[in-house]
Design a binder for this molecule. Sequence first.
Ligand code: TTP
Ligand code: MG
Length: 395
Amino acid sequence: MNSPRTIFHIDMDAFFASIEQRDNPEYRGKPVIVGARPGFRGVVSTASYEARKYGVHSAMPVNEAYRRCPHGIFVTPRGRVYADVSRAIMSIFERFSPCVEQVSVDEAFLDMSGTERLFGSVLNAAKEISERIRVEQKLTGSIGIAPNKFLAKIASDMNKPNGITVAPFDPDQIKKWLAPMPVQKIWGVGKKSAEALARMGICTIGDLQELSIEYLEERFGKNGVSLFDLCRGIDDRPVGNEESIKSISREHTFNVDSQDRGQWQEVLFSLVQDVSKRARSYGVKGQTVFITWRRPDFSRHSRRKPLPFATNAAKLIYESAFELLEELRERSLRLLGVGITGLDEAVQTDLFAQKSLESLEASEAAVDRIVARFGKKVIGKGREVGRKRDLDSFD
Ligand code: TTP
Ligand code: MG
């Protein structure tokens, strides 16, 4: 029997169009259609909610969109900007869970199981994520909370835009909740399968629930078994790929490209505090440290280095990360990030070193507890003192 899980699915609202409305205040409250230019071949990437009222949607030929909404604001996509925002959003998610699976440019699953301790309740965590997206990116996303990926995805779509929806967690309630929904809500049931099912008189998930597993298997083979499970809301797929489960990182974009190595070190130091604190709160250690950076031309690069021991101690992570930074042959940086990987692998360390390492980790964990209780002001670790202003810009 698997232990119960809590999964979030987060999907940004009208993603490309909302970014355009954010960056061009004169577009706000208006029908914005991002995609090909009217008069040319090509399709709509997405439309703002104001434009959707006219029936405009993703993948519609742009000339059709123009017929439906001639007074719309037609915008050519700015891919690089969207990719940057996407990365920033994903890095917000990574602050809330070490297990994030990015599904598309504006969508991710987070395994939030066991995080109640950190955020009070999962609903509270969802509100905080939503708030971080609003404050840091001036955008909104919709969040679904459920015991698995399938239900979380359905939930996130139910109260768009800017909604938080909690799916039922009890098996009977889940069945009832799903019953009135159309069969297309099930992953893998596209237009063709839906038509085939409709010919059998099956239109809703509730209709599917009536069928026996034998019948479904005979009719649809292996897919029939998964239909049997999904229509009851059963889905055991784990969140994440190897990569996402095995790293914790933070990054900072400079307000203006920075040529100041002293500033790079300060930023690195602050970021390492966060990475280390998160690793401690999740009870994981890393074996490798990496730094990532972006040049002013937006190109992204990274370098990695093994840590002397698997650890989550800020001191050791910083020392290795600092060496990587020292080796950097860049004049100017747009962004700097740091992280640890190799979180799950078991490692052997020699016993003597292990002991001093444990006491270092224990003392840093003690600092976390004091800060959690009395606030950050009471403790400053050397360089953190006087850097509060800069630290604020990371949150
Ligand atoms: P979606 O999340 O599907 O759509 P959305 O974020 O615009 O709107 P919603 O509030 O319904 O989630 O896709 C994310 C982005 O991906 C979208 O803003 C533009 C791009 N996209 C395309 O370019 N073509 C497409 O056909 C789709 C579906 C999306
Ligand atoms: Mg979206």
